[in-house]
Write a protein that binds this ligand. Structure first.
Ligand code: FE2
Ligand code: FE2
Length: 276
């Protein structure tokens, strides 16, 4: 079976390309489960209940977040009530939301999804390694396919988590840096690994924000609003093929869908709609 993790969706341009092409992508690539990191959906920071609904309606099956999880407070009710969205599992236990989710894929297989925050150049959080052990102890033993979104800054931390969970989960895929890395691989124990799957949003930018704004603030120290940029929007993510009964990964592929490719995927879907 095939899983897809979509990298950090940034603002309206990011949401729009997801809405435009996820269904077409699912069909073209034979994807059974779509997971998306949605921490930057709402104007570049956070996720609103309306954004959540929009992504689910577009074909996203499960949502992970990150350090920007609570930038929009109103997401707490969604985190507490919906079965297909998770908070980082090394957040305080008192924080709204569940630490892991089991979501049924299109082929009928149950897949567990969880996320963790790294601790290098990130806010102080509980130990991600201990949290990983706790979550894996809680996920039902019959659920074999497990995806971790490791939301972290340091590539070394990400590599360590990949090795730590090798043979214990199907995939350790990174998010947060908004820059895809070219290191996708299958580790010796059968876990798919990649430091970062990239960003879904405007790539003519600094991590999704207007270059002129970030440049001005950086050069002058004078704060400016970091508005979401607009140019060269792409959907980036990585697919992982895993055995539904073994949970072991067999293949992994980086995706980058530009606006032209997204339009073609959308047109292919529209042409299949029944007329009348
Ligand atoms: Fe992000
Ligand atoms: Fe982040």
């Amino acid at each position: 079976m095939r899983l897809l993790l979509i990298g950090d969706i940034v603002g309206k341009p990011g949401r729009q390309i997801v809405v435009r092409c996820v269904r077409g992508l699912v069909e073209r690539e034979g994807i059974d489960l779509v997971v998306a990191n949605a921490e930057n959906c709402a104007g570049g920071s956070g996720l609103t209940p309306a954004n959540y609904q929009e992504l689910v309606a577009a074909g996203v099956d499960c949502i992970t977040l990150g350090d920007h999880i609570f930038r929009r407070r109103e997401i707490a009710t969604v985190l507490d009530s919906q079965p297909n969205i998770v908070k980082p599992a090394n957040f305080p236990p008192q924080a709204p939301g569940r630490e892991w989710a089991v979501v049924r894929a299109r082929n009928g297989v149950d897949v567990a999804v969880f996320s963790l925050l790294g601790r290098v150049f990130m806010r102080p959080v509980d130990c991600p390694w201990a949290a990983a052990d706790r979550v894996l102890g809680e996920i039902p033993a019959e659920v074999k396919v497990i995806l971790l979104d490791f939301h972290a800054e340091a590539t070394s931390d990400k590599q360590l988590m990949g090795r730590y969970l090798d043979a214990k989960v199907s995939a350790v895929l990174g998010t947060h840096t908004h820059v895809p890395t070219a290191d996708e691989c299958i580790l010796p124990g059968g876990t798919a690994f990649q430091c970062d799957v990239g960003m879904t949003g405007p790539t003519d930018s600094i991590l999704g924000r207007r270059t002129d704004r970030v440049m001005e603030s950086t050069l002058t120290f004078y704060p400016t609003p970091f508005e979401v940029a607009g140019g060269d929007v792409r959907l980036m993510g990585t697919t992982v093929d895993a055995g539904p009964t073994t949970g072991r990964a067999t293949a992994s592929l980086r995706l980058s869908i530009d606006e032209q490719a997204a339009a073609a995927l959308s047109a292919a879907q529209l042409s299949k709609r029944p007329v009348g």
